[in-house]
Design a protein around this ligand. Structure first.
Ligand code: AHG
Ligand code: MN
Ligand code: MN
Ligand code: MN
Length: 330
């Protein structure tokens, strides 16, 4: 009998009050994801959803229609879940919600916005954090917790399939939305990322902006067997973090978005609290690694909801090898 998401949440989130609230929150997020998926399918991926709005978000990204629509749908789901604070890529400040809530959500409502018009897989990334009484006085502080304190994390992919990749701290699981079944059913009970890989993912157009160590690592990947690497490498770059991450979960690989010399990119493009942290928890729970090139992502302490970080994740041995290049003084 294929396990439903509902059954999984009932057995994996704990029977205590916070565990039940965690389960209920993930149920609400899943229902919100189905709404977003239906909007994409019904609205098509024409310019209406990928249309640019006047506004930019706190990170300076131009907001697309679907960014804002998805943000509203997930904010509503958070409110219905009794969440205490809602921190979103698309809103400058955290939104206080239930005064007595003991969970917070950090979210990237629509990841891969540059792909909305191209019918390429996009997604939603979420991180669920505990809320202590000390946080209530200063809502921003709830999103300055290191990622190892996350209670749950995951992402939805709006692609040929609507998938939920989820961890509640006991392995990484994949659920498929099945209209026939009328909900999410477990497709992969426990993802295991291959320890080694011959496939890297990076936006190579930034080569001239990287530091010497990153260029050296990529040069060696490109040199393949003619260089110091024992195998030839392949490259993939989708430009939707959720899609690149899911490929790595399924067949291994290493993803790199380093800091570079462009203005505002010293710490790269990706955001620590609602992109790197949830991805890092999912990847680690699947036996992989996630660092900023050197330091474990889940040990970093964010100084802001929208803090950026370099991000390297995937096959454990390869992430370790990248780390050796990053600290190589030669
Ligand atoms: P978002 O659409 O939420 O702003 O995230 C886009 C991110 C991530 O999905 C992807 O890995 C990365 O931006 C791609 O960056 P480049 O366009 O610089 O390659
Ligand atoms: Mn964005
Ligand atoms: Mn994103
Ligand atoms: Mn986004």
């Amino acid at each position: 009998m294929t396990a439903s998401l509902d059954a999984f949440l009932g057995s994996q989130c704990g029977s205590d009050a916070q565990g039940q609230r965690l389960a209920d929150t993930i149920r609400h997020l899943s229902a919100a994801a189905v709404k977003v998926r239906n909007t994409i399918i019904e609205g098509g991926t024409g310019t209406d959803l990928g249309g640019k709005r006047e506004a930019t978000n706190a990170g300076g990204d131009v907001q697309k229609e679907l960014d804002v629509l998805a943000d509203r749908v997930f904010e509503e789901a958070a409110r219905a879940s009794g969440i205490a604070f809602f921190g979103s890529e698309e809103q400058d400040a955290p939104i206080p919600m239930a005064a007595e809530g003991d969970l917070a959500i950090a979210i990237d409502p629509l990841d891969g916005s540059s792909n909305i018009d191209t019918n390429v897989s996009i997604g939603t990334i979420f991180s669920i954090l505990p809320v202590e009484d000390a946080h209530r006085a200063e809502p921003k502080s709830v999103f300055m917790q290191p990622g190892h304190r996350q209670k749950a994390a995951g992402f939805f992919i709006y692609g040929p399939q609507l998938l939920l990749v989820l961890t509640v701290g006991n392995g990484t699981h994949v659920f498929l939305f099945s209209p026939k079944f009328g909900g999410f059913v477990e497709m992969t009970a426990s993802v295991a990322i291959a320890e080694k890989t011959q496939e890297f993912a990076i936006n190579a157009s930034n080569y001239r902006h990287w530091d010497r160590q990153m260029r050296s690592y990529i040069d060696d990947c490109l040199a393949g067997e003619e260089g110091p690497r024992e195998k030839n490498f392949n490259m993939r770059w989708i430009g939707s973090l959720v899609a690149d991450c899911y490929r790595i979960l399924t067949r291994g690989g290493v993803f790199l978005y380093p800091g570079d010399q462009r203005k505002g990119y010293a710490k790269g493009r990706l955001r620590l609290v609602y992109e790197a942290n949830p991805v890092a928890m999912v990847v680690e729970q699947a036996g992989g690694s996630a660092t900023d090139g050197v330091t474990r992502i889940l040990d970093l302490v964010p100084d802001d909801l929208h803090a950026r970080t370099g991000l390297v994740f995937g096959s454990k041995r390869e992430v370790e090898r990248v780390g050796r290049y990053m600290v190589d003084p030669s």
